[in-house]
Write a new protein. Structure first.
Length: 133
């Protein structure tokens, strides 16, 4: 049993050291890389566990250094409407209220076209296609 625990301890130590050494400085948290290496060598099991729990930066994106970052609020992946407008460039990006107003205008247009068509049919002018087609 003692051999197994010491074997696990050595494997954990080796993995932690390899991970610390191969990580860029931007992906280490809390201490400089040299301090992490010394901590893992001096206290192998606890140092390795602390490295993987605290020192290793698991996030692949930009680091926030503990500051609050506003979560992504839109399904399309843009944090703000301004970011979506910047990303889409020439394409028109609207707020929900603008989209609803445009849909209301479109509904009113097609209702007017349907009334006009019914009025023409009632007057005997025949079946004519709406102006928008």
């Amino acid at each position: 049993m003692g051999i197994l625990l010491s074997g696990v301890s050595v494997v954990l130590l080796v993995f932690a050291l390899i991970d610390i050494i191969t990580r860029p400085d931007s992906e280490t948290r809390g201490l400089p890389k040299v301090a992490w290496i010394l901590l893992v060598i001096i206290v192998p099991v606890v140092g390795s566990i602390v490295w993987f729990a605290i020192g290793h930066d698991w996030n692949p994106g930009p680091r926030n250094h503990g500051r609050y970052v506003d979560p992504m609020r839109h399904e399309d992946g843009y944090a703000t409407l301004g970011a979506a407008k910047t990303a889409h460039g020439h394409r028109r990006v609207m707020t929900t209220e603008q989209e609803l107003a445009e849909l209301d205008r479109e509904i009113a247009y097609w209702e007017a076209q349907a009334r006009l068509k019914r009025a023409k049919e009632a007057a005997g002018e025949g079946d004519s296609a709406p102006a928008g087609s």
